[in-house]
Design a binder for this molecule. Structure first.
Ligand SMILES: [Zn+2]
Length: 451
């Protein structure tokens, strides 16, 4: 066996130091090498990074100083990825209960974020430069798997310029290269979709980026209007943030004449996995230790489906260690035909977001309503059901901080989005039933979008 010390001194430590330069270019260069490593070698890298991160957070992050002392652990003892099992799971409530105790004392330039997307429970957290470099590098590497690169013309179908910032790594790349055109995903009236299709035909992007639901909506619309989009030279459609259904994939691939590449991650958990052209959903194993957890919080073996729990190894500035994502998937160590050693994520069941329809027929992404609820304090969980163009029911599980006056404000803002004549009903409830997968569906629309 190759000596562990030798491996650390000859390969891993120099690599680790290079990564510490905090530039996404050097991180990406390293990742482009390490993606071809064997899974054993990738695991050794994870162990050495975990040891170094734990030593760092033990010294500098008050929450972990207390926790590690209480548990009598020594970060120098980290000798396996399973070592993380000595630590408890991290949840949004734990971070919320004392956010400042997660900030590293040695860092002064942290950026404040809150979770977007369809998360029912908002979270304020912080991101440091190291973390950003790594997430940018991971996205950049995955982009290049598809024979496109940052700087190629691109059309982005996303919530709004502000929410685009939610994909931090994406924004960092885009702020620099100005060849990205934004289509607002919340404004999908038939008239607007016609304009968007014209825009796509004019720009002839090399790649598309957006929610699966929005891209497939555009694809369906073009198909119905007999507008060809498959000869524009689009090489790939990147989708993220939602569950990708097979029929959406098929629709987008047919309309644009290009493959769909699924990406999985979040502002909080990081850039977790991305699909390669051979179909494998590769985990960013250089930065992410991924565990799959069963119903009784036990760690499940490869192949079994459970909740995705993430340890992000580039987060010593504001650690995400054993962070519960609420998403459901399995780990798969089968080799991918592309030859990359990065393990695969399978059976991914991301979040589902429906569209909603305003009274005047404008089709809007469900996130436009979710953001209203996300910004209301004291909501533990919610579900929005659009029964018709004229009636919407909002169920809310209130927390201690919830005030009944919030109901009036929610109704006001929903009417602003959907139309003044819409009957908006807010119900405070004790519980909301999950779907078959055990996940909540935050928005359900029973209305036919383009009916
Ligand atoms: Zn692959």
């Amino acid at each position: 066996m190759y000596s562990y010390t030798k491996m650390v001194s000859n390969i891993l430590f120099p690599l680790h130091e290079r990564l510490k330069q905090h530039t996404s270019v050097s991180v990406r260069n390293s990742m482009e090498q390490s993606q071809w490593w064997s899974s054993d070698k990738l695991k050794s890298l994870q162990i050495s990074k975990l040891r170094s991160m734990m030593s760092d957070v033990y010294k500098n992050v008050p929450y972990y100083t207390t926790l590690i002392n209480e548990r009598g652990l020594n970060p120098e003892d980290v000798d396996s990825v399973e070592w993380v099992q000595n630590l408890p799971f991290l949840t949004k409530s734990i971070i919320k209960s004392d956010t400042d105790s997660f900030k590293s004392k040695k860092v002064c330039s942290l950026k404040r974020f809150n979770t977007g997307g369809s998360s029912g429970e908002p979270l304020i957290f912080y991101i440091g430069k190291e973390r950003i470099s790594h997430d940018v590098a991971a996205k950049w590497r995955a982009t290049r798997w598809w024979d496109v690169d940052i700087g190629d013309p691109e059309i982005v179908v996303w919530g709004s310029p502000v929410e685009l910032g939610s994909q931090d790594y994406v924004r960092a790349i885009r702020d620099f290269f100005l060849r990205t055109h934004l289509i607002p995903a919340f404004e999908m009236s038939q008239e607007n979709v016609d304009k968007f299709i014209e825009q796509i035909r004019r720009i002839r992007p090399a790649m598309l980026f957006g929610y699966p639901s929005s891209l497939s909506l555009i694809a369906s619309h073009a198909e119905r209007k007999c507008v060809a989009l498959d000869q524009l030279g689009v090489k790939v459609a990147f989708v993220t943030s939602e569950r990708l259904y097979d029929e959406q994939r098929a629709k987008i691939e047919q309309a644009f004449g290009c493959p769909v590449a699924n990406g999985y991650g979040g502002r909080d958990a990081g850039f977790i996995a991305h699909q390669c052209p051979h179909g494998g959903m590769h985990i960013t194993a250089e930065d992410i230790i991924l565990e799959i957890i069963g119903k009784n919080d036990e760690v499940l073996p490869a192949g079994e489906v459970g909740e995705v729990v993430v340890t992000h190894l580039a987060t010593s500035e504001f650690p995400f260690i054993r962070y519960r994502t609420g998403d459901v998937a399995a780990i798969d160590y089968q080799p991918c035909a592309c030859g990359r050693g990065l393990p695969l994520l399978s059976e991914l069941q991301g979040r589902t977001t429906d569209f909603v329809v305003a009274q005047d027929g404008t089709v809007m992404h469900g996130l436009s309503l979710i953001y209203i609820l996300r910004d209301t304090s004291g909501i533990e969980l919610f579900q929005v059901i659009q029964e018709s163009k004229n009636k919407v029911t909002v169920s809310i599980v209130p927390g201690d901080q919830y005030h009944n006056e919030n109901n009036i404000e929610i109704v006001r803002q929903f009417k602003q989005r959907l139309g003044q004549g819409v009957n908006v009903i807010v119900n405070l409830v004790e519980n909301i039933e999950t779907e078959g997968s055990g996940k909540y569906r935050y928005i359900k629309s029973l209305e036919n979008h383009f009916g």
